[in-house]
Structure formats: C-alpha cells, structure tokens
Design a protein around this ligand. Sequence first.
Ligand SMILES: [Zn+2]
Length: 90
Amino acid sequence: MGNIGPTEMLIFLAILLLIFGAAKLPKLARSMGQAGKEFKAGLKEGYQAEDVEGPCPFCGNEIGADAKFCPGCGKPANEVVAEKEKKKTA
Ligand SMILES: [Zn+2]
C-alpha cells in the first residue's frame, strides 16, 4: 500500500477520466437516445400486433398477431388495423 506515488495517482485519475469522462458520457447519451427510440417503436409495434390479431374486417379470415398481411385478401396489417378502428368508432 505504501508504494502508490503521485505518478500512479495521475495514471489512476487518467484511467478514471477515460472511463467515466471521455468514453462513458457520449455512450450514455447515445444509449439513452436509442432506448427512447426503441421504447416508442416497441409501443407502436405492440399496439399494432394487438389490433391486427383476429378476423379480417375485409374478408373475415383469421389474422395472426404478428402477421404483416391478411392471409385471405392480402391487405397489409396497417390497412386492417385502420379498417378495424373505423368500424370500432362507427
Ligand atoms: Zn382479409
């Protein structure tokens, strides 16, 4: 314990600065931005997956939760969701 001098302390501080200052702050900011984006995308996906599942409003075919198109009439999932929303509010 007795052989830690000012040079060792400076190296230690430089390493700390490198880890927490120069390297971590931009990474932290980036990962926080990404997390926010992914969170929003996940919410959107979850909403769509929930709404597209069930009978197709155009042809009555059963659509899976993660389907991108109706297996019966080939309508894209977002059109199916939009049509369902229209019928819900009508
Ligand atoms: Zn359909």
